[in-house]
Design a binder for this molecule. Structure first.
Ligand code: ADP
Ligand code: MG
Length: 578
């Protein structure tokens, strides 16, 4: 009788094992970047085509490999990082299982080019399938470049499970963000279909890196935390309770430099925020925990995303304590929704200036380290931009800022300027998948017409993504629960009207980028300083400073000019000096 049990072929074994490590293009990016970091790179470039489905290339300037190592690297269970069992319980590197390269090679066409310091010439290793290898000399700087093409070409089922280019790239972007947050001392570049999507220079300051990745708005709402006891040392930043998001995606937790998702850790974070933020909202946290490698086990899952703590309760308590003591120190008014902090009312103004006064003119409660006293040009501000060369002198008509510029006089339309600043801010937040919102302490009810009721019902989810949470309240009444932070609260009713107007005119085309941008620009318009609103000196300076930081700073989102220049030669003509 012939036997039913057969030993699987090498290729098939490799493919099955690969399934655990390589789930989607983002997993490849993660493994390759981890190798680059382990190799001591100071610069990592991730070059992606079609969401990683066409190609993924990760280049680094790390230590590289000799010819012998380059060949071994793609063999299963070949690693330079662990030698004996003891090492396994004292892991200092991100990789250690020696599985990534062979796994990736078994489900793609992989090419590796590398050179180490000791070699005159580089090595190229290409693996067409898991077993077939070609090796040759190749010109290469010191470092490694791994290119992965046709991912899952031989595992059609896996390939079919891949989502759209956009979704796959989103996952890749998140991986790069996760790594970049944890390694400020490494430069990261991310390129998608030839377009540079991210380029963060190396820095000594975690805060600078956080601002570069999560955006200024988020960064400004963060509080630093630091904590140490005998079992854990913890540092990082957590969001003020007023800064919440709709998913847990803004929780970045790391253990010994490795991004991990852990239930105990998350639970302690959420518990610390309980009663400070609405039930359906999530806080923001970037936390780095250092725990003795002997107290954790990272060898739980092939993707190394999960870890096991020897003493979970202790980890829970330490994090909770660290966060709570910080959150307690946030003054009472910070704990209340921003909705009631109408900055400009405090200042006795009348118009809807939200952000400019809020950021630079507002008094902070004692004990808060938020220091946005103007002017404060930090290093990463873009120096030398057009707006940085202007000296604001006065405001006329409550509407135009008069500046002295290098070539003459420059007039700035304050509303158009602020509108563009807010629009760019919103757009950036949307790219990071977190429109920063203010949750209304007293949800606002609005009555709408029958047609509008239909529109709001249909686009509820999309509006939520744009920071506007709306709920049907029965009949033609809706409740607005949150709006983007840039929007002035008393303006919500008219904002909603305008948005419904936009939606009605676009019909069903909401998915399009164009309509999203139109809605963002409507929001920016409603958040921006109005004409006929007096500005203080600091506010004018703040506006110029912000203009200098953004792209597209010559027109408002509706295309109107932000500034107009009258140079000296025109002035001379005016006064018949020439
Ligand atoms: P692991 O990272 O678990 O050791 P991998 O399959 O990811 O396993 O890599 C195998 C080995 O190849 C590593 O241990 C390392 O020695 C070498 N290697 C991989 N990528 C790089 C790189 N970018 N630079 C230098 N060496 C590398
Ligand atoms: Mg590895």
């Amino acid at each position: 009788m012939s036997s039913k049990i057969k030993i699987l072929s090498e290729d098939l074994i490799a493919q099955i094992a690969a399934g655990e490590v390589v789930e989607r293009p983002a997993s490849v990016v993660k493994e390759l970047m981890e190798n680059s970091i382990d190799a001591g790179a100071t610069s990592i470039v991730v070059d992606i085509k079609a969401g990683g489905m066409d190609s993924i290339r990760v280049m680094d300037d790390g230590c590289g490999m000799s010819k012998e190592d380059a060949l071994l690297a793609t063999e299963r269970y070949a690693t330079s990082k662990v030698q004996n069992e003891e090492d396994l319980y004292a892991i200092q590197t991100l990789g250690f299982r020696g599985e990534a390269l062979p796994s990736i090679a078994s489900v793609s066409k992989m090419r590796l080019i590398t050179r180490d310091n000791a070699s005159q010439v580089g090595t190229e290793v290409s693996r067409e399938t898991g077993t077939e290898v070609r090796v040759s000399d190749a010109g290469s700087p010191v470092g490694t470049s791994v290119e992965v093409k046709k991912l899952f070409y031989n595992t059609p089922v896996r390939r079919r499970f891949l989502k759209s280019v956009g979704t796959e790239f989103f996952h890749i972007h998140r991986i790069v963000d996760q790594m970049a947050l944890s390694k400020p001392d490494i430069q990261f570049r991310l390129i998608h279909d030839g377009r540079e999507v991210l380029n963060v220079p190396k820095t000594d300051e975690l805060s600078i890196r956080i601002e570069a990745i999560l955006g200024r708005e988020t960064y400004e709402g963060l509080i630093p935390v630091e904590f140490q006891d005998e079992s854990i040392s913890l540092r990082g930043y957590i969001g003020r309770p007023t800064l919440t998001v709709s998913t847990a995606r803004s929780i970045f937790t790391y253990v010994n430099g490795r991004f991990v998702r852990d239930r105990t850790v998350n639970r302690s974070i959420f518990d610390a925020y309980r009663a400070l933020i609405p039930r359906d909202r999530y806080p923001i946290a970037i936390l780095f925990m250092d725990i003795s490698p002997h107290r954790i086990d990272v060898n739980v899952h092939p993707t190394k995303r999960e870890i096991r703590f020897r003493d979970q309760e202790r980890v829970y308590r330490s994090i909770h304590l660290a966060l709570q003591s910080k959150l307690k120190a946030v003054p009472g008014d910070e704990r209340i929704s921003r909705a009631v902090e109408t900055y400009w009312q405090e200042k006795g103004g009348s118009g809807g200036i939200g952000e400019v006064t809020g950021k630079y003119g507002r008094k902070e409660g004692e004990g808060v380290e938020r220091s946005f006293v103007f002017p404060e040009f930090s290093q990463e501000d873009q120096p030398g931009g057009f707006y940085s060369s202007l000296l604001p002198l006065a405001q006329i008509g409550g509407t135009y800022i008069v500046c002295q510029g290098p070539k003459g006089m420059v007039l700035i339309d304050q509303h158009a300027a602020h509108e563009r600043i807010l629009f760019e801010k919103l757009r950036r937040q949307l790219e990071n998948a977190t429109i920063v919102r203010q949750v209304l302490l007293f949800p606002l009810t609005v009555e709408v017409s029958h047609a509008e009721e239909h529109i709001l019902g249909a686009y509820k989810d999309q509006l939520d993504e744009l920071g506007m949470e709306i709920e049907a309240f029965g009949g033609n009444t809706f409740v607005v629960k949150s709006v983007p932070q840039v929007v002035a609260v008393e303006d919500i009713g008219s904002l909603l009207k305008d948005i419904m107007g936009e939606l009605a005119s676009e019909g069903r085309a909401f998915e399009g980028k164009a309509i999203t941008e139109r809605i963002l620009s409507t929001m920016a318009c409603h958040g921006a300083i109005r004409a006929n609103r007096m500005l203080r000196d600091e506010e004018m300076q703040a506006l110029l400073h912000d203009l200098n930081q953004i792209d597209f700073a010559s027109t408002c989102p509706h295309g109107r000019p932000i500034f107009s220049e009258i140079d000296y030669s025109q002035l001379e003509k005016m006064f018949k000096r020439r």
